[in-house]
Design a binder for this molecule. Structure first.
Ligand code: CMP
Length: 139
């Protein structure tokens, strides 16, 4: 089915001018960018967005990193967009990521891994609503 997912191009990638190259990977995979904006998170916003990880040992490192540079938040639309986006991203740890994936080509480490993508329909819906109003989604 036609689906929408939420994507973040993370600080390590925006800093290295990889926004276009990463967006091209999404588009080549049949995902349409139906919303996109460059923002810089506050610490409170990063902590809220990653709230599910608040008890993990890397939470402090993760949230500080996510506010260290601007990010690009996007909504991607396509057939099975959530799974397709996860395929294009590759494994969380670039050391485990398959050839041709974004994380294999661009990620620096498990933390500085260039992209985030929703993991399920419910989280996609929540994450899209956190960053975008309905008017900003142009399919
Ligand atoms: P993301 O998909 O954005 O969701 C949670 C993030 O936590 C994940 O990508 C990684 O970038 C980060 N993460 C996961 N494990 C570790 C770790 N061991 N050390 C640092 N960051 C991590």
């Amino acid at each position: 089915a036609l689906e929408r997912t939420f994507s973040i191009i993370k600080p390590d990638a925006t800093k290295r001018n990889l926004t276009g190259k990463i967006t091209a990977k999404f588009e080549e995979a049949g995902l349409r960018v139906v919303a996109s904006k460059r923002i810089q998170l506050t610490l409170a916003q990063a902590q809220e967005f990653y709230g599910v990880h608040k008890d993990r040992p890397f939470f402090g490192e993760l949230t500080e990193y996510m506010i260290s540079e601007p990010i690009v938040v996007q909504v991607l639309e396509g057939e099975n967009a959530i799974a397709r986006n996860r395929e294009v991203m590759g494994a969380t740890n670039p050391a485990d990521a398959a050839e041709g994936t974004i994380r294999k080509e661009f990620a620096l480490s498990i933390g500085e891994n260039s992209v985030h993508g929703s993991d399920a329909p419910e989280t996609a819906k929540e994450e899209i609503a956190y960053f975008f109003s309905g008017l900003e989604l142009v399919g």
